[in-house]
Design a binder for this molecule. Structure first.
Ligand code: GDP
Ligand code: IMO
Ligand code: MG
Length: 430
């Protein structure tokens, strides 16, 4: 039994983290987001209602769960206010004390969003394909010690002083990139609104977490994006600007690594990627289209079509290594129904040489050809199956093959997007 579990995406994001976190929330006392920002789009479907969370932790649809936004998150106040309002209108987050935001989280400012978009335009065909949410420029400023933190914004005088220090340089950059400079007074006025709407959520989340954990409460750490989008360990430069791997849960929330009991990796039963960059198992033809259509693979944040392809065990083994995965959740298994045979990539060929690890160079990865193993598919509708033994034998074999490749247990399988459409093999918290 675990008390504190990190949940991470084991691929290029959109593995179904949100829906798995929603499933596990009744077993925990708090859910903490620790990195990324509103580039994330975590979907939870209950009955006919779909909720997409960008900043608020995916535990929010269960009353009684304390939701925390840690210091490692980059916080766009406009997106957050919209999200909180949306949740209120659905009857969630009635008690404002159930959302605690770190005073040390850096703010995504309107100039960050503008710089992100202008840079992408300038890059043309060399673009990263960012979400345009200002993520890179905000993390840049954090590292350059030019950032403005949530706590700075709450004090009008401090906010003004920080803006006076950083805005002239930002505006010069915006002009060079061909954009519109941001007006200091307009930004000050906007911040008045942010302060009114958000100040009561401000907290020392590291201290709060310590109190929670030391009194035996259970905590789930919610990762955003996925392993191969990590700034250090991903397919650089086609990555996001934060560390997305499990180790980031500690830096981004202010706990030590010894409190983490388990790391749950979420993998889709196939692979998707949104944005540019190498993707060895991508299927540009009929299979890719079928996965895209059946899996409704559109970005939850930008609405872009996700690129689709076969399951890649090289990526899974890499994710196990860099995250220290101890268990898996396999999602979207139902999407593979009717596809026969199914292919699993078991290695790459790089310049004629067989390799079974992810090359550290993006150029090498671009030249990698997948080596496949074929497995028989299934035709039965599995979306109402709730026990592993009731799955068709070929479906069981496919999941068992993933488990065997990873060398760790599969704890959860999802067979549909609705909350109840899953098979719980072993709840990590019980
Ligand atoms: P996240 O960013 O990792 O939380 O994933 P997203 O929410 O961006 O993308 C996952 C998408 O797949 C969402 O639209 C989910 O509703 C959907 N989904 C999750 N699990 C399943 C499943 O088992 N089957 C199907 N068909 N859809 C699923
Ligand atoms: P969730 O948490 C999938 C991708 C973008 C782009 C790259 C950099 O929902 O899994 P950024 O805006 O972060 O600077 O864009 O990262 N990306 C994601 N892809 N899921 C996400 O989040 C993503 N967040 C960023 O498409 O390729
Ligand atoms: Mg997503």
């Amino acid at each position: 039994m675990s008390n504190n579990v990190v949940v991470v995406g084991a691929q290029w994001g959109d593995e179904g983290k949100g829906r798995i976190i929603d499933l596990l929330t009744p077993s925990v006392d708090a859910v903490v987001r620790y990195q990324g920002g509103a580039n994330a789009g975590h979907t939870v479907v209950i009955g006919d209602t779909k909720t997409i969370l960008h900043l608020v932790p995916s535990g929010v649809l269960h009353s009684g769960c304390l939701c925390m936004i840690g210091n490692g998150v980059v916080l766009d106040p406009d997106v957050l206010i919209d999200e909180i309002e949306g949740l209120h209108s659905q009857g969630y987050l009635k008690d404002p004390r159930m959302l605690a935001i770190s005073r040390n989280a850096h703010l995504v400012m309107p100039y960050h969003r503008q710089i992100d978009k202008l840079r992408e335009e300038k890059l043309g065909s060399a673009r990263i394909g960012t979400t345009g949410r200002g993520i890179g420029p905000t993390y840049e400023d954090k590292a350059a010690r030019q950032g403005i933190r949530f706590g700075d914004m709450l004090d009008e005088a401090v906010f003004k002083r920080r803006l006076e220090q950083v805005l002239p340089e930002k505006n010069r950059l915006i002009e060079i990139l061909g954009g519109h400079p941001v007006d200091m007074n307009a930004l000050m006025a906007e911040a008045d609104g942010w302060r009114k709407r958000l100040s009561h959520h401000a907290a020392d989340t590291s201290l709060l977490l310590d109190k929670y954990i030391s009194s035996g409460n259970k905590v789930l750490f919610e990762g955003a994006q996925g392993t191969v989008l990590d700034i250090d360990h991903g397919t650089y430069p086609f990555v996001t600007s934060s560390n997305t791997i499990a180790g980031s849960a500690c830096c981004g929330s202010g706990v030590g690594p010894t409190v983490i009991d388990d790391v749950l990796g979420i993998v889709k039963a196939y692979t998707t990627r949104v944005g540019e960059g190498p993707f060895p198992t991508e299927e540009k033809g009929r299979i890719g289209e079928e996965l895209q259509l059946k899996g409704k693979e559109f970005g939850a944040t930008t609405g872009r079509k996700r690129r689709c392809g076969w399951f890649d065990s090289v990526i899974l083994k890499y994710a196990k290594r860099v995250n220290g995965l101890t268990m898996l959740a396999v999602t979207k298994l139902d999407v593979l129904t009717g596809i026969d045979p199914l292919r699993i990539c078991v290695g790459y060929e790089l310049d004629g040489v067989r390799i079974d690890h992810l090359p550290s160079s993006g150029d090498d990865l671009k030249r990698c050809e997948p080596v496949y193993e074929d497995m028989p598919g299934w035709r039965e509708d599995i979306s109402s199956v709730r026990k592993f033994e009731a799955l068709p034998k070929t479906t069981q074999n496919y999941v068992n093959r993933i488990r065997e490749i990873a060398g760790i247990p599969v704890s959860i399988i999802s067979v549909g997007y609705e909350r109840s459409a899953h098979i719980m093999l072993k709840n990590p918290f019980s």
